[in-house]
Write a protein that binds this ligand. Structure first.
Ligand SMILES: Cc1cc2nc3c(=O)[nH]c(=O)nc-3n(C[C@H](O)[C@H](O)[C@H](O)COP(=O)(O)OP(=O)(O)OC[C@H]3O[C@@H](n4cnc5c(N)ncnc54)[C@H](O)[C@@H]3O)c2cc1C
Length: 414
């Protein structure tokens, strides 16, 4: 296997099944290599924002509407095609391409599950066309895994809801045109998860690492990006909201959606986790290709390091793990295509593929030796990018304990 990986430079030719998925992979690979890969290093090293040209081209290719049904202006291509595209984009860059689809996917799934017909008609077409960029705002400075305890408040007034409080780690919040924001509409702390509602919060798009959005009525939304070693290109913001007014019709599900935000958000996260299975597989694939290429070219002790059995052994194991992550993710995508509520497989795919991405990128870095630590070699970016994957959308221990194990035990008990 190791020798074969080196000979083929780690290329991914995995069997896919439907022709439409094969065509999607070819076209996404071509786009990612030609348009994204040449910019990826610069965006990472200078912590730049994803260029508008990438967003525009992805919009033209229909990538933001893969899971939006055709009747709402999307492609209705389903989860497998969406995952194959995500994987190819993530090979080129996790943050400046592969992760752009995640946010619209999460909001799309939440709207399809709990939105009113009018809300679906209003929001899904511009999400699908890429006209609206989306941020997801759940986490707060003092509350992460314990989502039911979030404190950002929403109070009724002036035909809408006033939002007050702090949010943390809202990726893409600067550039985003709307935030899907989870807030407490029932002040009774005993209400817990049942006191939360999900809002679509409009805002202007801002470039850069800090912004302030002021409403004519005095509402303020302030955002400041937190510096990170990797996952650059979208920026993740700490947010402060003061009397920020959101129209009543922007509460997902309107009256019927009050108190359902936690449930809808979790539906969205199931889609996000499937996405992350694809993102993680893409990062691991990038490391595999870079490492196979390096092993063929780097010479020590009078021969290519890829001629050493130890290097071949490493590449064989790396390739097997990447293939397993990919196939688990595809299986989760197929399961979700058959049944939208199939969240368990998606959580497993996210958990496993994220671990694989961390391990494979670090193995690849070792094969690169000292040059693996140089910014000049892309493997150093893959290592820092991969590290975020087991953290977001359910940090690894929570995913294991509260999502996967609970679902298994629940199913057995049922
Ligand atoms: C780069 C980046 C981008 C992000 N983007 C977004 C975004 O766009 N939107 C958003 O809403 N959030 C985002 N997040 C936030 C992310 O989802 C949270 O960081 C994550 O859910 C974990 O929450 P926390 O950081 O508060 O950790 P905590 O909840 O404080 O957990 C820390 C650790 O405590 C332990 N722990 C906690 N509870 C338990 C328990 N019950 N049992 C056992 N152990 C436990 C675990 O070891 C866990 O790893 C992002 C984070 C990062 C780093």
């Amino acid at each position: 296997m190791g020798r074969e990986m080196i000979r083929g430079r780690g290329a991914n030719n995995a069997w896919l099944g439907p022709d439409v998925a094969v065509m999607a992979r070819d076209s996404a690979r071509q786009f990612a290599r030609k348009e994204v890969a040449p910019l990826a290093e610069r965006i990472h090293r200078h912590d730049e924002l994803v260029p508008e040209a990438i967003i525009r081209q992805m919009a033209e290719l229909g990538y933001f509407g893969m899971s939006v049904p055709e009747e709402y202006g999307g492609q209705g291509m389903g989860n497998l095609v969406m995952i194959v595209i995500t994987e190819e984009l993530s090979v080129a860059s996790l943050a400046s391409a592969g992760s752009l689809i995640t946010r619209p996917e999460i909001l799309t799934k939440a709207l399809l599950k709990g939105g009113t017909e009018a809300q679906k008609r209003k929001w899904l077409p511009p999400i699908a066309s890429g006209e609206l960029m989306v941020g997801i705002s759940v986490t707060e400075p003092d509350t992460g895994s314990d989502v039911a305890s979030i404190r950002c408040r929403a109070e009724r007034g002036d035909g809408g809801w006033y939002l007050n409080g702090a949010k943390a780690w809202c990726t893409f919040a600067g550039r985003a045109n709307v935030l899907a924001l989870l807030a407490r509409t029932n002040p009774d702390p005993k209400a817990g998860a049942r006191g939360l509602s999900l809002f679509i919060v409009p805002k202007d798009a801002f470039p850069g690492h800090e912004f302030e959005m002021r409403q004519s009525g005095g509402g303020v939304l302030h955002g400041k990006a937190d510096a990170t070693p990797g996952y650059r290109g979208m920026h993740s913001f700490t947010l402060g909201l003061e009397r920020y007014l959101v129209p009543a019709e922007n509460l997902i599900g309107e009256q019927a959606g009050e108190g359902k935000g936690f449930y809808l958000q979790m539906q969205g996260f199931a889609a996000g986790r499937l996405q992350t299975g694809g993102r993680a597989t893409g990062v691991a694939q990038a490391a595999l290709e870079a490492t196979a290429t390096y092993a063929a070219e780097r010479k020590q002790f009078g021969g290519a390091i890829g001629d050493f059995q130890l290097t071949q052994h490493k590449l064989g194991r790396m390739a097997t793990h990447v293939a397993a992550a990919r196939q688990l993710t595809y299986a989760a995508a197929r399961a979700m295509d058959a049944d939208e509520t199939a969240a368990l497989e998606a959580a497993m795919a996210k958990l496993f593929a994220s671990d694989v991405a961390v391990w494979v990128t670090q193995e690849g870095q070792l094969v690169h030796g000292g040059w693996g630590y140089a910014e000049e070699f892309a493997i150093s970016r893959y290592v820092v990018d991969a590290l975020v994957l087991p953290i977001f959308e359910g940090v690894k221990p929570i995913l294991e304990l509260k999502v996967i194990a609970r679902a298994l035990l629940g199913e057995r008990a049922g």
